[in-house]
Design a protein around this ligand. Structure first.
Ligand code: HEC
Length: 184
């Protein structure tokens, strides 16, 4: 009993990073990705697809300020990633693709490219690996980004800068890359 109380007190005093020690990298990135993809799907289905595609009461535009339009799902995602990057260097994340509208969203490391190719060739599977960048070893996970609503593929197929114009419902359109620096 005494030990249990002591254990509880220690757990409460432990830093969040110490609690994560009990989880492997894959579980951590899986959970982070679950939150990201759920928010992303909700935004796309309940805001963009409903209001821009079905009800047609507002558009979604990359020039959302000038056009007084909805922020694109990819911009929504990046704004979140940028805010996280201001708060922590324990992990980073981004949305990339082998067929990017914005060339800045193309893979830049060998592992990003390998991961994106893997998830495109193996629907339903994720990709996990380790890569060394600038002297630091990272755990890098790549998750498929799926065309979950008509808004996704309709907009990409019609976009003048899209290198691919035949995306369909359920297709892998790109990937979410989550990277965690590994200790030691
Ligand atoms: C109204 C247009 C529009 C909608 C809707 C839209 N996208 Fe995009 N998407 C874009 C544009 C434009 C970019 C490039 C944004 C940037 O980074 O500047 C982009 C970026 C991306 C990227 C990063 C690679 C790239 O093409 O630059 C992925 C992956 C992606 N979108 C997938 C999706 C998915 C999946 C959905 C639905 C959940 C979706 N998009 C909905 C227009 C759209």
């Amino acid at each position: 009993m005494k030990a249990a109380v002591l254990g509880g007190a220690m757990a409460m005093g432990a830093a969040p990073s110490a609690m994560a020690d009990g989880m492997d990298y894959e579980t951590v990135t899986d959970l982070l990705h679950l939150v990201m993809s759920s928010d992303r799907t909700v935004y796309t289905r309940m805001i963009v697809n409903r209001l821009a595609v079905q009800e047609k009461v507002i558009t979604a535009s990359e020039h959302f300020e000038d056009d007084k339009a909805l922020v694109l799902p990819a911009q929504m995602f990046r704004f979140g990633a940028e805010m996280v990057a201001e708060e922590t260097d324990e992990f980073t994340y981004s949305l990339l693709s082998l067929w990017p509208i914005n060339k800045q969203n193309a893979p830049t490391t060998d592992m990003e490219k390998e991961g994106l190719e893997y998830i495109a060739a193996n629907p339903g599977e994720n990709f996990y690996g380790e890569e060394e960048l600038g002297g630091t070893t990272y755990f890098t996970a790549v998750y498929p980004d799926i065309a979950v609503a008509e808004a996704c593929y309709a907009c990409h197929n019609d976009h003048k800068d899209s290198p691919k114009t035949d995306f369909q419902a359920g297709d892998v359109m790109g990937g979410v890359v989550i990277r965690i620096p590994m200790d030691g």
